[in-house]
Design a protein around this ligand. Structure first.
Ligand code: ACO
Length: 331
């Protein structure tokens, strides 16, 4: 019988830009206040990339840290997958910029677009490459600079978002550790709930699209809020079922950090105690696909996941997209 190959995470890394934007500073920009933002969203501050930094700069630094931890040289990487909706340019792929910055000269390189679920979507591709023995070393980077597409005059969205990057190295193992299951889904009938209408082939950039502020995030917050809890719950349960595990087997749930109320509602319905839920929304806000990648890196380095523990990632985002991954931690 052929031995089962799994994809296991051998290194994690993240990079957060230095500049912090606090709720107090936002109070001076739009009609809002710290009390509203904290109670309605859970965000206290977020990071903003410097003017000269693009997605590839943040992503490359997260990638270097993950490679160092995995003790893998950049030229050993076979494939580099970047999850982003705020790439350096519409083309070429941000993965190609990162490949060049880190020297991963033997890697195939491409981007995927699944917004806040991007890291989990990218993990599912890396997992398939490793399990099918197509590649041995896959580098996954999730990076977003949501500050670059945020309308800083719209109080309904600008309080939520931030910038950051996370990365993991995937390698094969014949052991029990590794990615046990990934469930991903989407509903393209709901694209209008969260989108950036300007700048693509639907509405190419013109003076009018810019004047109409079409290059910024447009979001129907209330509608998304209601769908988010159901999508997160359903995804978390389906990935657990695939892995033949129960909620109580999980040591840590790392949910997408869009709103503390969404996280708490999901955790309550899964009957998970607070100590099993990873939360860092207060420091960074929502960084789209980078959020769960950064969460995984922080949770590991804070000692909240140890070898042999089951950790579950769960996310939802524009598309709408959703997904969850169950990993038996192997480091
Ligand atoms: N400060 C003060 N008041 C505000 C602010 C603000 N920043 N924003 C909105 N309000 C006001 C509204 O104008 C409204 O006032 P009104 O009652 O006088 O009309 C009131 O607060 C309530 O507004 P709601 O929109 O109903 O507030 P809600 O409790 O729904 O919170 C929020 C809004 C935070 C956006 C919430 O709906 C949410 O988190 N939605 C989900 C967002 C999400 O998860 N997005 C997906 C991921 S992002 C991605 O994929 C890139």
């Amino acid at each position: 019988m052929e031995t089962k190959i799994r994809a296991t995470i051998t290194g994690t890394g993240s990079y957060l830009p230095a500049k912090i934007l606090t709720n107090a500073e936002l109070e001076k920009m739009v009609d809002t206040n710290d009390e509203w933002i904290t109670t309605r969203t859970g965000v206290k501050e977020r990071r903003l990339a410097a003017a000269e930094e693009a997605a590839s700069d943040l992503g490359a630094e997260a990638a270097r840290r993950a490679l160092k931890e995995a003790k893998v040289k950049p030229e050993e990487i076979d494939c580099l997958i970047v999850a982003t909706i705020t790439g350096d340019m519409p083309f070429p792929a941000t993965a190609c910029f990162i490949q060049n910055l880190i020297g991963a000269k033997n890697a195939a390189a491409f981007d995927i677009s699944a917004a806040c679920t991007g890291f989990i979507y990218a993990l599912s591709i890396g997992k398939a490459y490793i399990e099918s023995k197509t590649y041995k070393k896959v580098l996954i980077v999730a990076v977003d600079l949501l500050s670059r597409i945020t309308d800083w005059t719209d109080r309904g969205t600008c309080v939520l978002f931030g910038d950051g990057a996370g990365a993991v190295v995937l390698e094969p193992t014949t052991g029990e550790q590794g990615i046990h299951s990934i469930y991903i889904g989407a509903d393209g009938a709901l694209t209008h709930l969260l989108h950036q209408p300007g700048g693509g082939s639907r509405n190419p950039a013109t003076a009018k699209t810019v004047a109409d502020r079409m290059h910024y995030i447009k979001m129907s917050g209330n509608e998304i809020f209601k769908l988010a809890v159901t999508a997160m719950l359903d995804s978390a349960r389906k990935a657990l079922d695939q892995a033949k595990l129960k909620c109580e087997d999980i040591t840590l749930l790392i949910p997408h950090q869009a709103n503390i109320r969404i996280i708490e509602a999901t955790a309550k319905r899964l009957k998970l105690p607070v100590e099993k839920i990873f939360v860092n929304i207060q420091k960074y806000g929502n960084m789209s696909g980078a959020t769960t990648a950064i969460g995984l890196d922080e949770a590991y380095h804070e000692g909240r996941i140890k070898k042999g523990d089951y950790v579950e990632l769960v996310a939802f985002g524009a598309g709408l997209t959703w997904g969850a991954a169950v990993i038996k931690w192997g480091k």
